[in-house]
Design a protein around this ligand. Structure first.
Ligand code: AMP
Length: 124
């Protein structure tokens, strides 16, 4: 699939400094910030700074340096939010079936309470 990146999406605007964010961590190639509508006591979004639509796009076009930075940033958020002992969940939605609202790759980091089943069984 050939991905086209829409640079008017809200996370692109955050990266350009056009709208504010509640930063948790910034690295050379990644940014982590609190979700504006948290669905758990900890709900952080981790995004690469590069223009990638979703995880597949990222794995196709990102450099090894960007891939490593992003992966490590997620692990660092887990540690910064003290989620290692009690556990956490990572979710990255993509496209129509994944119900992705913002077309810039993001990984949701959830924690701070029991999170229930991964998907409701009735939806399988
Ligand atoms: P998704 O459905 O996976 O695309 O999730 C998009 C997420 O972005 C949702 O959880 C929104 O609450 C969150 N979101 C949208 N706008 C902002 C913003 N300006 N700052 C922080 N989080 C946002």
């Amino acid at each position: 699939m050939a991905y086209e990146y829409d640079d008017q999406n809200v996370f692109a605007k955050i990266l350009r400094g056009e709208i504010p964010n509640d930063t948790v961590l910034e690295t050379e190639h990644s940014l982590a910030f609190n979700d504006i509508e948290p669905q758990a006591p900890v709900h952080v979004l981790v995004i690469p700074k590069g223009p990638y639509v979703n995880y597949e796009h990222f794995t196709l076009e990102a450099s090894v340096t960007e891939l490593a930075d992003f992966s490590r940033a997620i692990g660092e958020v887990v540690r910064l939010k003290d989620l290692s002992d009690d556990g956490f969940r990572l979710i990255s939605n993509a496209g129509r079936n994944g119900v992705q609202e913002v077309p810039h790759l993001h990984v949701h980091v959830f924690g701070g309470r029991p999170l229930g089943r991964m998907l409701a069984r009735a939806e399988a």
